[in-house]
Write a new protein. Structure first.
Length: 73
C-alpha cells in the first residue's frame, strides 16, 4: 500500500483493523501533524436561507422520498 494511503482518513480504521499499522503508529502520526487551524476559514450556512429561496414543490420532493412502484402482475 502506498504510504500516503496508509493514513488516509477514509481508510485509517480499516488499516488498523487489518494490521497494516498499529493504533500507536496512528497516534504518533497524528501528534506529529502540524497545527493548521490558522489557515482555516469560518463558513456560515443556514438551512433557513436555502429553504427561503427553494420553491415549495422542490422542498416537498426533498423531504419525501418517491413512492415505491407497484408491480403490475
Amino acid at each position: 500500500m502506498k504510504p500516503d494511503l496508509l493514513f488516509d482518513v477514509r481508510l485509517v480504521d480499516r488499516n488498523v483493523t487489518r494490521g497494516r499499522m498499529t493504533q500507536a503508529e496512528l497516534d504518533k502520526h497524528l501528534k506529529e501533524l502540524p497545527d493548521t487551524a490558522d489557515n482555516a476559514a469560518n463558513l456560515e450556512a443556514s438551512l433557513a436561507e436555502r429553504l427561503a429561496v427553494t420553491p415549495a414543490l422542490e422542498i416537498a420532493a426533498i423531504a419525501k422520498p418517491p413512492a415505491a412502484k407497484k408491480s403490475g402482475k
